[in-house]
Design a protein around this ligand. Structure first.
Ligand code: NAP
Ligand code: MG
Length: 493
């Protein structure tokens, strides 16, 4: 093995083709200088009086000032949501509710370029991804749940589904619009009203979404957006008039929320972190598998809870896989998120960059071998080159902890039993990938891997009809599909 790798290391990494730049125009986005909170269908000044600037992580350029809601603001938003719930939304004929959701979905499609550009500006992800994944999937979620709104009795036969009430929802920065859609679409389809808190570093698409709600003429107060930091999130989840809490974010904050909600009777779903195993068997179609490895860990700069961050390669194909992977990594283009040729954009925040660097340093200290293809990183903004660690032991921090960056840890196995044992050796249980030509092996692996989502011969595929969620420290409850409706309903038979 070492021979081949050394040879590989000596031969020059194929440098990426020189392309001309192909920047997407940002003209389509019109930003206000300053945004208030969206409460009761209106823009209101925050009672907290606090504003902070949101920046583009690719350039550190300030984009807009955004309100930081406090306890009083959360209180007003929950009150507006309660009024809207009592004043008709929950009693509206379900087919009418569906019409609003269909309208929102259509407007998201119509304004998709605007949303894609803004998502990439505010969060640093490549335009190719926001344009082809985040925005279309967001619209698809609204379409999908619009279809369920007037069919709840068929979804849950012989039971009487009723809305829960006011949903308090807190989302992270890695898929801002998509996480908003995962939360808001099923909540509204089931007849609830919503207060949502976007993440601190990526509030802008949630604020643009308020404009969509107005365009769709959604009744005031059905959706309220309170921007701010963790304090606003904490106020929202502990608010006594919130009936259902939905959270996506870190395991640490998830645990704090679980404590805050315990004993209150609120319904709770938690979508937390992950450290997924992507398992390559020796009969896999190797070139496709390498594409799957790259997509699994470098998609969205690795800021993906279900990222395939631990690669397990069967020993007999280890050398060939690593050689192909390194070659492929040399063709990844890191840079301007608004350039249509970019594969890897900016790291979402300086804080996240520090976290990645810290964990990568522990990998080197503990004895893993690091490889990064030569690539020029922009001077301004926050960047990290695609990275792979070989020689990784299961006990290393880079094999145990979520890095949430473009960093892959490679381990090996000999038998399917060993692969299962090692893959399940993590506190998390969100997702996994299996690459093999054998159908029976796919099924037996899927049975034995303790993960909520298991992809076979593909990775990071999402569909609104399919449920998503984890086991163990990855949380509980499912979003998407029929399963995703249930947390927003009560059944008082
Ligand atoms: P985070 O720090 O937990 O933040 C998530 C959200 O919670 C943000 O809006 C945050 O506000 C807010 N928040 C912070 N402290 C809070 C508190 N005490 N009470 C209530 N809300 C609070 O997570 P993150 O670093 O933004 O996101 C990365 C994590 O999310 C990763 O671990 C990733 O795996 C996980 N994730 C999971 C899924 C999934 O579906 N399972 C999807 C995406 C991400 P601020 O923005 O102001 O901090
Ligand atoms: Mg930002």
């Amino acid at each position: 093995m070492a021979d081949l790798e050394r040879k590989q290391d000596r031969s020059p990494v194929p440098s990426a083709f020189e392309y001309a730049t192909a920047p997407e125009s940002r003209e389509i986005v019109r930003l206000d200088e300053r945004y208030g909170l969206f409460v009761g269908g209106e823009w209101v000044e925050p009672r907290s009086g606090e504003f902070q600037v949101t920046v583009s992580p690719a350039t550190e350029e300030p984009l807009a000032e955004v309100a930081y809601g406090g306890a009083e603001d959360v209180d007003l938003a929950v009150e507006a949501a309660r009024e809207a719930f009592d004043d008709g939304w929950s009693e509206l004929p379900a087919s009418e509710r569906a019409k609003y959701l269909f309208r929102i979905a259509r407007i998201l499609q119509e304004r998709s370029r605007e949303f894609a550009v803004l998502e990439s500006l505010d969060g640093g992800k490549p335009i190719r991804e926001s344009r082809d994944v985040d925005v279309p999937l967001s619209a698809a979620h609204f379409f999908y749940y619009a279809g369920w709104a007037d069919k709840l009795e068929y979804a849950f036969p012989n039971r009487t589904p009723r809305p829960v009430g006011v949903a308090g929802q807190v989302i992270p920065w890695n898929f801002p619009l998509l996480m908003l859609s995962w939360k808001i679409a099923p909540a509204l389809a089931a007849g609830n009203t919503v207060v949502l808190k976007p993440a601190e570093t990526t509030p802008l698409t949630a604020l643009l979404f308020c404009d969509v709600l107005r365009q769709a003429e959604l009744p005031p107060g059905v959706v309220n957006i309170v921007t701010g930091d963790g304090r606003a999130g904490a106020e929202l989840v502990k608010h006594p008039d919130v009936d259902k809490v939905a959270f996506t974010g870190s395991t640490e904050v998830g645990k704090a929320i679980q404590k805050a909600v315990a004993g209150t009777g609120k319904k709770l779903t938690l979508e937390l972190g992950g450290k997924a195993a992507n398992i390559i068997f020796d009969d896999a179609a190797l070139d496709q598998a390498v594409e799957g490895i790259v997509n699994g860990i470098y998609f969205n700069q690795g800021h993906v809870c279900c990222a395939g961050s631990r690669l397990f390669v069967q020993e007999s194909i280890y050398e060939a896989t690593i050689a192909k992977l390194k070659r492929r990594m040399g063709t990844l283009r890191v840079g301007d998120p608004l350039d249509k040729n970019t594969d890897i954009g900016a790291i979402n925040s300086q804080q996240q960059l520090e976290k990645i660097k810290e964990l990568v340093a522990t990998g080197e200290e503990e004895g893993a071998e690091i490889y990064q293809p030569p690539c020029r990183l922009p001077e301004k903004g926050w960047w990290f080159a695609p990275t792979v660690f070989t020689n990784v032991a299961q006990s290393y921090r880079i094999a145990q902890e979520e890095i949430f960056g473009p960093v892959l840890s490679v381990l090996t196995f000999r038998t399917p039993d060993e692969a299962v044992e090692k893959a399940n050796n993590t506190p998390y249980g969100l997702s996994a990938g299996v690459w093999t030509e054998k159908g029976s092996r796919i099924l037996s692996m899927a049975q034995r891997l303790r993960a909520g989502v298991i992809w076979a011969n593909t990775y990071n595929r999402f569909d609104p009809a399919s449920p998503f969620g984890g086991y163990k420290e990855s949380g509980f409850g499912r979003e998407g599909g029929l399963h995703g409706l249930e947390p927003y309903l009560r059944f008082d038979e």
